[in-house]
Design a protein around this ligand. Structure first.
Ligand SMILES: CC(C)(COP(=O)(O)OP(=O)(O)OC[C@H]1O[C@@H](n2cnc3c(N)ncnc32)[C@H](O)[C@@H]1OP(=O)(O)O)[C@@H](O)C(=O)NCCC(=O)NCCS
Length: 137
């Protein structure tokens, strides 16, 4: 990572977190009011794992890795708090997710994203573009 301050951040695979702190981060990133979401139950039930980034115990970044129980893992909810962006934290979160999914035996890591995040996912995190589809249910 590029500067001294970003080296003070600790990254934990399946790190402990509270639903309240994750919902706070999610609400800030996606511009909604914090809701009463049981994130910890959801993560333990449906995820291969997740990565927490903490500075001085404060949750400053998160990414969730869902999976099919076999070779496909899916990146969801990559978030870095506004004060820590553009310092490589998001890229490192994805690198840890990628490494842990590979260790778990996954062969593919999928992500979908809006066009403006192409530089982040394709250039910085190493994804290659592919066709994908989506239906709103
Ligand atoms: C997307 C996000 C996680 C990136 O986190 P980050 O820590 O700032 O990312 P990095 O510092 O590792 O970025 C690496 C590179 O990706 C690109 N990039 C990062 N965020 C970007 C953004 N929001 N828009 C366009 N390019 C971006 C830049 O090229 C950046 O390199 P630079 O700092 O030299 O310009 C963060 O902006 C975020 O939380 N956004 C709100 C939530 C969101 O939209 N998540 C994605 C869900 S699909």
């Amino acid at each position: 990572m590029s500067d001294a301050s970003s080296m003070d951040i600790r990254y934990d695979w399946r790190g402990q977190l509270t639903s309240k702190e994750l919902e706070g981060l999610h609400a800030e990133a996606f511009g909604h009011e914090p809701a009463d979401v049981d994130w910890t139950a959801r993560l333990h039930r449906h995820s291969l794992g997740w990565v927490c980034a903490r500075r001085d115990l404060r949750l400053v970044g998160f990414v969730n890795v869902a999976w099919d129980g076999a070779s496909h893992a899916f990146l969801l909810d990559a978030i870095v708090c506004a004060a820590e962006r553009y310092r490589g934290v998001g890229t490192e979160l994805v690198a840890v997710a990628r490494s842990e999914a590979a260790k778990a035996g996954c062969q593919w890591l999928h992500v979908d994203f809006e066009d403006h995040l192409g530089a982040f996912y394709l250039e910085s995190c190493g994804f290659r573009p592919t066709s994908a589809g989506l239906i709103r249910l």
